[in-house]
Design a protein around this ligand. Structure first.
Ligand SMILES: Cc1cc2nc3c(=O)[nH]c(=O)nc-3n(C[C@H](O)[C@H](O)[C@H](O)COP(=O)(O)O)c2cc1C
Length: 134
């Protein structure tokens, strides 16, 4: 399987309802495509982990990359995996993950992981074990 984490810049016109619709659609499509993962959003940037069978993950990433609801997508982690990190979530969305809003903005602006992102990444990946709201 393949696991990819990316950051991107959200369309500033997106409203809360748009995010909810996006997540709802993603959950349905991902369940069909054997994909799992998580999405966080700080009002400006997205960070998403998407994992699953290689071809399906790549195909979904290609659709996401072309989606006009965001731009400037940069992959910050890509690896082959044998076990999923978000096995229980077709697409976990945590609106409570706001402690790291500034960290996510900084990471998205830098476009590459840095030692100072360790806490953000640890807490993000921990959502896969402890769940989140929604
Ligand atoms: C930030 C973001 C995350 C997305 N995550 C997913 C996802 O996990 N799965 C998915 O199928 N589509 C996701 N989408 C939507 C896709 O970009 C695309 O609209 C959807 O797959 C339908 O594609 P289609 O109209 O070509 O069938 C996401 C879009 C955005 C902007």
């Amino acid at each position: 399987m393949l696991s990819v984490i990316y950051v991107s810049v959200a369309d500033p016109k997106l409203a809360t309802d748009d995010i909810m619709a996006l997540v709802c659609d993603a959950q349905r499509t991902n369940a069909r495509d054997e994909l799992t993962g998580a999405l966080i959003y700080n009002g400006q940037n997205f960070m998403q982990l998407l994992e699953g069978p290689v071809a399906k993950t790549e195909a979904c990433l290609a659709r996401i990359r072309a989606d006009r609801r965001h731009n400037g997508l940069i992959e910050i982690r890509r690896r082959r995996i044998t076990e999923r990190e978000f096995a229980d979530f077709s697409m976990l969305y945590s609106p409570l993950f706001r402690d790291h809003d500034a960290d996510l903005s900084r990471l998205a602006a830098r476009g590459a992981l840095d030692p100072q992102d360790e806490r953000l990444m640890t807490n993000f990946l921990a959502l896969g074990r402890h769940g989140g709201a929604g």
